[in-house]
Write a protein that binds this ligand. Structure first.
Ligand SMILES: *[C@@H]1O[C@H](CO)[C@@H](O)[C@H](O)[C@H]1NC(C)=O
Ligand SMILES: *[C@@H]1O[C@H](CO)[C@@H](O)[C@H](O)[C@H]1NC(C)=O
Length: 250
């Protein structure tokens, strides 16, 4: 067959166009993939029942929950915060908190923040900032967090001063009182309806185990590897992973 330069150029052009459109489709497809969040009903439901000044709660928020955002596990978790903990309602309707008046103030402030910015990615940085301060004993400086995380203070301050924050506290009180089995301390971490009790430190492992979807985050494989290494070290028996990510180490 005789090559026709003109046709060749034409078919080269067509080829180029074809490559370009395939590439464009790939780009669109991968953009769609990365933006296709894990369906919310597929996510692991994790709720932290806590109070603003309990040291283990502060530590869990600042050192564990914040990690979820860094290691990518947050993509498979539906995380909710419930700032009330062991507070009690007095007969005259006021609330008394385990760690005193400051705790009541900050529980309400955090409840207001969750209400003002319902998306986790919007209220978590503020709550993280407040808890990071309280873990340093600097709770009186909580208002500096508005500027630190660059949010408008108004909705939270209005919520607090109007008394709406108190209504939110009462809702969180109802929420924690309704727990079955009932909470016995804080932090009380509930994963898919089951309390983790003192195993809450191992929350990443529980999240990875509980997740049944197909978008397994990288961190779950790492989690599994770290676990099986630890295990093989401690029991000096062979440990292997049959189904990476989801298998129990043996
Ligand atoms: C509610 O009761 C507490 C303790 O009994 C008391 O200190 C507080 O002033 C009372 N508050 C109101 C609004 O009655
Ligand atoms: C958390 O607190 C430490 C100690 O006060 C401080 O150095 C750090 O900047 C704080 N982190 C954030 C994100 O606010």
């Amino acid at each position: 067959m005789e090559a026709n330069p003109c046709n060749n150029r034409r078919s080269n052009l067509l080829l180029l166009l074809l490559i370009a459109s395939v590439a464009a489709n790939l780009v669109t497809a991968s953009a769609a993939l990365s933006s296709v969040a894990v369906a919310s009903e597929e996510k692991v439901k994790l709720t932290l029942y806590y109070e603003a000044l309990c040291p283990f709660c502060e530590n869990f928020i600042v050192n564990s929950l914040s990690e979820l955002f860094d290691n990518g596990l947050i993509s498979i978790v539906d995380l909710k915060l419930s700032p009330y903990g062991n507070a009690k309602i007095r007969s005259n309707g006021t609330i008394v908190c385990q760690h005193g008046e400051w705790e009541c103030i900050l529980n309400t402030v955090e409840a207001c923040a969750i209400h003002a910015w319902p998306a986790l990615s919007d209220h978590f940085p503020f709550i993280y900032c407040v808890e990071n301060l309280t873990s340093e004993g600097e709770y009186a400086k909580w208002e500096t967090c508005f500027e630190k995380v660059n949010v408008d203070p108004k909705p939270v301050l209005d919520c607090y001063t109007s008394g709406f924050g108190h209504e939110l506290d009462l809702q969180y009180a109802d929420e924690i009182k309704a727990l079955e089995p009932p909470h016995t301390y804080v932090p009380w971490v509930v994963l898919d309806g089951q309390p983790l009790y003192d195993d809450y430190y191992d929350v990443f492992t529980f999240i990875c185990k509980a997740y049944k979807g197909s978008n397994i985050p990288e961190a779950c494989y790492k989690e599994q590897n770290a676990k099986s290494k630890l295990k093989s070290k401690s029991v000096t028996s062979v440990s292997f992973v049959t189904d990476v990510g989801m298998a129990e180490s043996m």
